[in-house]
Write a protein that binds this ligand. Sequence first.
Ligand SMILES: NC(=O)c1ccc[n+]([C@@H]2O[C@H](COP(=O)([O-])OP(=O)(O)OC[C@H]3O[C@@H](n4cnc5c(N)ncnc54)[C@H](O)[C@@H]3O)[C@@H](O)[C@H]2O)c1
Length: 416
Amino acid sequence: MLNSSRGRSQTRPTRSAPFAVMEPDHKKKSNIVGKILMVVGLTALCIIMLNKSPSLSTPTHFSRHEEGVTHVLVTGGAGYIGSHAALRLLKENYRVTIVDNLSRGNMAAVNILQKLHPQPGRLQFIYADLGDAKAVDKIFSENAFDAVMHFAAVAYVGESTMDPLRYYHNITSNTLTVLKSMAAHRVPTLIYSSTCATYGEPEKMPITEGTPQASCKHFPINPYGKAKKMAEDMILDFSKNSNMAIMILRYFNVIGSDLEGRLGEAPRPELRDQGRISGACFDAARGIVPGIKLRGTDYKTQDGTCIRDYIDVTDLVDAHVKALQHAKARNVGIYNVGTGKGRSVKEFVEACKKATGVNIKVEYLPRRPGDYAEVFSDPSKIRRELNWTARYTDLEESLEIAWRWQKVHRDGYNSP
Ligand SMILES: NC(=O)c1ccc[n+]([C@@H]2O[C@H](COP(=O)([O-])OP(=O)(O)OC[C@H]3O[C@@H](n4cnc5c(N)ncnc54)[C@H](O)[C@@H]3O)[C@@H](O)[C@H]2O)c1
């Protein structure tokens, strides 16, 4: 120790030294090693920073905000409604990122969208599960979103009663994950897919946005409706202390498909039993099932069958675009999206027979527990505030358009 320090003092050059003093070899070596270590350290630091920062890693159209371009994250964009929404957004020149785990959606629908809009910066697909918070946060840190349309969900009432935890996880918990990432990455706008199922079975029709939502005590409600109601509550609590612009859209029963026949509704065959009425009618018309089973003919309605409000998917996605355009910072808008007209199940089946030209066999069965007699909307708030109104209100016409796609897609998107 002593020696080496003495050595150092002997060799240290001074300002006034008139000549250079040669450093000893071991000192030179340790300086070089130090420098190498510093360069290596700095390089490693740069690599880490480049990997972490989207703005420093290879920038893409999706990773930076661009003036005049609104980048929308469409969760569940490989599904029925999400794919139709993405198609409409792309047509309107929005930049779209679809995130989907393909658990229920169809990659073929995304491929169709890609083929229609192949230009760079229009559409990207990210395969991810919204239950994976780390993956979700990575998506938000690598992309510059201006808005989120959160469609992704499991969405079958019957299934929710059999597997409620799956519904609370997939709907409520995943919405929390998306919301947290939106807040952390300052995404300013959320359009949330909710449902009339959050109202349970109200005493008064039509349903307005002021109709009390379901509480277990007063109105029967299934786990699907409860999970969506919880997600809504979470969003509303969050909104009280946030600048985010939020629109909650409560859809009624969605039917129909793209007017130009590019997309359709193609649920997994294993979900047929859970099915929605349009799917059941089309399956019967195609002979995949022998007929349709109508449950409950003794409700207090005109013809004894349940009454529902059927909204065409083209109108529904139009409501989303209007919601996006009208969304205001620090504001929450809640809207029913329905036609305001109730149609009986019998009426629906008759319209389906006409649309398909097939005399669908109907079997009448007793009521299914949990089905409500009558559910239809009062859509005057959305008409008044967002200037939206349903245009495709002719059941037969909507079903005819959907049938055209169904006829050539017997196997859904897997059809040749
Ligand atoms: N179809 C209707 O009649 C109706 C009515 C009211 C509300 N909604 C709501 O509309 C939304 C879309 O419904 P849809 O009919 O298009 O359903 P869908 O099953 O066709 O589409 C849902 C999509 O979300 C994806 N998804 C599900 N869980 C996911 C996860 N954890 N991570 C990533 N992706 C996931 C699926 O793969 C699928 O592509 C849902 O939120 C649903 O609750 C639908």
